[in-house]
Design a protein around this ligand. Structure first.
Ligand code: ZN
Length: 245
Protein backbone atom coordinates (compact mmCIF):
# COMPACT_ATOMS: atom_id res chain seq x y z
CA UNK A 1 0.00 0.00 0.00
CA UNK A 2 1.21 3.50 -0.87
CA UNK A 3 0.31 6.21 1.64
CA UNK A 4 0.99 9.91 1.05
CA UNK A 5 1.86 11.69 4.30
CA UNK A 6 1.28 15.45 4.20
CA UNK A 7 1.80 17.93 7.01
CA UNK A 8 1.55 21.65 7.70
CA UNK A 9 -0.48 22.45 4.59
CA UNK A 10 -1.38 25.79 6.20
CA UNK A 11 -4.21 26.75 3.87
CA UNK A 12 -1.90 26.80 0.85
CA UNK A 13 -4.21 25.26 -1.75
CA UNK A 14 -1.88 25.92 -4.70
CA UNK A 15 0.89 23.95 -2.98
CA UNK A 16 -1.53 21.15 -2.02
CA UNK A 17 -2.76 20.83 -5.62
CA UNK A 18 0.84 20.61 -6.88
CA UNK A 19 1.54 17.86 -4.36
CA UNK A 20 -1.59 15.93 -5.34
CA UNK A 21 -0.70 16.24 -9.04
CA UNK A 22 2.77 14.82 -8.34
CA UNK A 23 1.68 11.89 -6.18
CA UNK A 24 0.89 9.34 -8.85
CA UNK A 25 -1.34 6.59 -7.56
CA UNK A 26 -1.66 6.33 -3.80
CA UNK A 27 -4.06 4.24 -1.77
CA UNK A 28 -4.43 6.69 1.09
CA UNK A 29 -3.69 10.27 2.08
CA UNK A 30 -2.77 11.04 5.68
CA UNK A 31 -2.29 14.52 7.09
CA UNK A 32 -0.43 15.51 10.26
CA UNK A 33 -2.16 18.75 11.21
CA UNK A 34 -1.88 22.49 10.70
CA UNK A 35 -4.29 22.23 7.82
CA UNK A 36 -5.04 25.95 8.28
CA UNK A 37 -3.25 29.06 9.60
CA UNK A 38 -0.79 31.33 7.74
CA UNK A 39 -2.27 30.68 4.28
CA UNK A 40 -5.15 32.17 2.30
CA UNK A 41 -7.47 29.24 1.43
CA UNK A 42 -8.52 27.29 4.54
CA UNK A 43 -11.94 26.25 3.21
CA UNK A 44 -10.47 25.18 -0.13
CA UNK A 45 -7.85 22.99 1.53
CA UNK A 46 -10.36 21.32 3.83
CA UNK A 47 -12.72 20.65 0.90
CA UNK A 48 -9.84 19.06 -1.03
CA UNK A 49 -8.83 16.87 1.92
CA UNK A 50 -12.43 15.78 2.40
CA UNK A 51 -12.66 14.83 -1.28
CA UNK A 52 -9.48 12.73 -0.87
CA UNK A 53 -10.95 11.10 2.26
CA UNK A 54 -7.76 12.10 4.05
CA UNK A 55 -7.33 10.77 7.56
CA UNK A 56 -5.24 12.49 10.15
CA UNK A 57 -4.87 14.70 13.17
CA UNK A 58 -5.37 18.28 14.35
CA UNK A 59 -2.47 20.70 14.79
CA UNK A 60 -1.92 23.64 17.10
CA UNK A 61 -2.99 26.20 14.48
CA UNK A 62 -6.15 24.18 13.71
CA UNK A 63 -6.98 23.95 17.41
CA UNK A 64 -6.61 27.67 18.00
CA UNK A 65 -8.49 28.50 14.80
CA UNK A 66 -11.56 26.58 16.00
CA UNK A 67 -11.40 27.28 19.74
CA UNK A 68 -9.24 30.32 20.42
CA UNK A 69 -7.28 28.11 22.87
CA UNK A 70 -3.56 28.95 22.95
CA UNK A 71 -3.81 32.22 21.00
CA UNK A 72 -1.29 33.92 23.32
CA UNK A 73 1.32 31.28 22.42
CA UNK A 74 1.71 32.60 18.85
CA UNK A 75 3.88 35.46 17.58
CA UNK A 76 2.00 38.53 16.27
CA UNK A 77 2.00 37.49 12.59
CA UNK A 78 0.86 33.94 13.28
CA UNK A 79 -1.82 35.27 15.62
CA UNK A 80 -3.06 37.72 13.00
CA UNK A 81 -3.32 34.88 10.48
CA UNK A 82 -5.19 32.68 12.96
CA UNK A 83 -7.61 35.49 13.78
CA UNK A 84 -8.19 36.04 10.06
CA UNK A 85 -8.74 32.26 9.68
CA UNK A 86 -11.20 32.20 12.59
CA UNK A 87 -13.22 35.00 11.03
CA UNK A 88 -13.18 33.47 7.54
CA UNK A 89 -13.73 29.70 7.76
CA UNK A 90 -17.11 28.15 7.05
CA UNK A 91 -19.06 26.26 9.65
CA UNK A 92 -18.32 23.04 7.71
CA UNK A 93 -14.56 23.69 7.92
CA UNK A 94 -14.78 24.49 11.61
CA UNK A 95 -16.74 21.30 12.28
CA UNK A 96 -14.30 19.12 10.28
CA UNK A 97 -11.23 20.56 12.04
CA UNK A 98 -12.80 20.30 15.49
CA UNK A 99 -13.61 16.62 14.91
CA UNK A 100 -10.00 15.64 14.14
CA UNK A 101 -8.25 13.71 16.93
CA UNK A 102 -4.90 14.94 18.26
CA UNK A 103 -3.36 11.45 17.99
CA UNK A 104 -4.32 8.53 15.81
CA UNK A 105 -2.85 5.04 15.26
CA UNK A 106 -2.85 2.69 12.31
CA UNK A 107 -2.26 -0.37 14.47
CA UNK A 108 -2.16 -2.78 11.54
CA UNK A 109 0.89 -0.98 10.12
CA UNK A 110 2.40 -0.01 13.48
CA UNK A 111 2.15 3.73 12.90
CA UNK A 112 1.33 6.61 15.22
CA UNK A 113 0.26 10.01 13.87
CA UNK A 114 0.54 13.33 15.73
CA UNK A 115 1.26 16.94 14.82
CA UNK A 116 3.93 17.87 17.40
CA UNK A 117 5.20 14.85 19.31
CA UNK A 118 3.83 11.60 20.75
CA UNK A 119 4.05 12.90 24.32
CA UNK A 120 2.66 16.35 23.53
CA UNK A 121 0.68 16.02 20.28
CA UNK A 122 -0.15 19.67 19.74
CA UNK A 123 2.73 21.78 20.96
CA UNK A 124 6.12 20.06 21.34
CA UNK A 125 8.79 20.47 18.63
CA UNK A 126 11.11 17.50 18.06
CA UNK A 127 14.37 19.32 17.35
CA UNK A 128 17.03 17.39 19.30
CA UNK A 129 18.18 13.83 19.80
CA UNK A 130 17.19 13.88 23.46
CA UNK A 131 13.65 15.01 22.70
CA UNK A 132 13.44 12.45 19.88
CA UNK A 133 14.61 9.65 22.21
CA UNK A 134 12.05 10.59 24.88
CA UNK A 135 9.33 10.61 22.26
CA UNK A 136 10.32 7.22 20.85
CA UNK A 137 9.78 5.94 24.39
CA UNK A 138 6.39 7.69 24.42
CA UNK A 139 5.15 5.95 21.25
CA UNK A 140 2.09 3.80 22.03
CA UNK A 141 2.79 0.04 22.24
CA UNK A 142 2.84 -1.71 18.86
CA UNK A 143 3.47 1.50 16.87
CA UNK A 144 7.25 1.90 16.43
CA UNK A 145 6.85 4.27 13.46
CA UNK A 146 5.99 7.78 14.65
CA UNK A 147 4.81 10.30 12.07
CA UNK A 148 4.88 13.97 13.07
CA UNK A 149 5.21 17.48 11.63
CA UNK A 150 5.17 20.92 13.31
CA UNK A 151 8.81 21.93 12.61
CA UNK A 152 8.23 22.29 8.82
CA UNK A 153 11.61 20.56 8.23
CA UNK A 154 11.83 17.10 6.60
CA UNK A 155 13.85 14.79 8.86
CA UNK A 156 13.98 11.31 10.35
CA UNK A 157 15.20 10.38 13.83
CA UNK A 158 16.37 6.78 14.10
CA UNK A 159 17.55 4.79 17.12
CA UNK A 160 20.36 2.27 16.55
CA UNK A 161 20.86 -0.99 18.47
CA UNK A 162 22.53 0.81 21.36
CA UNK A 163 19.64 3.25 21.63
CA UNK A 164 21.66 6.15 20.23
CA UNK A 165 19.56 8.50 18.11
CA UNK A 166 20.77 9.79 14.76
CA UNK A 167 19.33 12.59 12.64
CA UNK A 168 18.75 12.02 8.94
CA UNK A 169 18.12 15.01 6.64
CA UNK A 170 16.52 13.53 3.53
CA UNK A 171 16.81 15.29 0.17
CA UNK A 172 14.29 15.08 -2.66
CA UNK A 173 13.92 11.44 -3.68
CA UNK A 174 15.79 9.99 -0.70
CA UNK A 175 14.51 6.63 0.55
CA UNK A 176 14.73 5.17 4.01
CA UNK A 177 14.10 1.53 4.85
CA UNK A 178 11.93 0.91 7.87
CA UNK A 179 12.36 -2.01 10.25
CA UNK A 180 11.23 -2.88 13.76
CA UNK A 181 13.43 -0.22 15.39
CA UNK A 182 11.62 2.90 16.58
CA UNK A 183 11.77 5.82 14.17
CA UNK A 184 10.25 9.28 13.91
CA UNK A 185 9.48 10.56 10.40
CA UNK A 186 8.70 14.18 9.54
CA UNK A 187 7.50 14.82 5.97
CA UNK A 188 8.28 18.55 6.13
CA UNK A 189 5.68 21.13 5.19
CA UNK A 190 3.44 21.32 2.13
CA UNK A 191 2.42 24.93 2.58
CA UNK A 192 5.26 26.74 4.37
CA UNK A 193 8.64 24.90 4.22
CA UNK A 194 11.34 26.19 6.57
CA UNK A 195 14.49 24.33 5.57
CA UNK A 196 15.66 26.86 3.02
CA UNK A 197 13.97 25.11 0.09
CA UNK A 198 10.68 26.82 -0.86
CA UNK A 199 9.29 23.77 -2.68
CA UNK A 200 6.45 21.82 -1.04
CA UNK A 201 7.65 18.80 0.94
CA UNK A 202 5.95 15.46 1.69
CA UNK A 203 6.69 11.77 2.00
CA UNK A 204 5.25 8.55 0.65
CA UNK A 205 5.18 5.32 2.63
CA UNK A 206 5.33 2.04 0.75
CA UNK A 207 4.09 -0.25 3.48
CA UNK A 208 4.69 -3.45 1.48
CA UNK A 209 8.34 -2.61 0.84
CA UNK A 210 8.69 -0.84 4.22
CA UNK A 211 10.23 2.23 2.62
CA UNK A 212 9.67 5.95 3.18
CA UNK A 213 10.53 8.33 0.32
CA UNK A 214 10.68 12.14 0.65
CA UNK A 215 9.65 14.39 -2.22
CA UNK A 216 9.83 18.08 -3.12
CA UNK A 217 7.59 19.72 -5.67
CA UNK A 218 7.56 23.25 -7.07
CA UNK A 219 4.31 25.22 -7.05
CA UNK A 220 3.28 28.74 -8.04
CA UNK A 221 4.44 30.66 -4.98
CA UNK A 222 3.32 34.00 -6.54
CA UNK A 223 -0.23 32.65 -6.90
CA UNK A 224 -0.41 31.90 -3.17
CA UNK A 225 1.25 35.23 -2.35
CA UNK A 226 -1.34 37.11 -4.46
CA UNK A 227 -4.17 35.42 -2.54
CA UNK A 228 -2.46 36.30 0.74
CA UNK A 229 -2.18 39.96 -0.30
CA UNK A 230 -5.87 40.04 -1.20
CA UNK A 231 -6.65 38.64 2.26
CA UNK A 232 -4.35 41.29 3.83
CA UNK A 233 -2.32 38.62 5.61
CA UNK A 234 0.94 39.80 7.25
CA UNK A 235 3.74 40.83 4.89
CA UNK A 236 6.36 38.64 6.57
CA UNK A 237 4.23 35.52 6.06
CA UNK A 238 3.87 36.37 2.37
CA UNK A 239 7.59 37.00 1.91
CA UNK A 240 8.90 33.91 3.70
CA UNK A 241 7.29 31.57 1.16
CA UNK A 242 9.78 32.82 -1.45
CA UNK A 243 12.72 31.65 0.62
CA UNK A 244 11.42 28.59 2.45
CA UNK A 245 12.24 29.93 5.88
ZN1 ZN B 1 2.78 24.34 11.22
Amino acid sequence: MRIAVLSDIHANLVALEAVIDSLGSVDRVWQLGDVVGYGPEPDGVVERLKALKAQGVRGNHDTTAVSGEGLDWFNPEARAAIEWTRSTISEATRTWLAALPTQWQDEERGMDLVHGSPRDPLWEYITSGNVARANMDALPPGTPIGLHGHTHVPVAWRADESGRVTLIRPANGDRLELDERPILLNPGSVGQPRDGDPNASYLVLDTDGAVATWHRVAYSIPATQDSMRRAALPFRLIERLSYGV
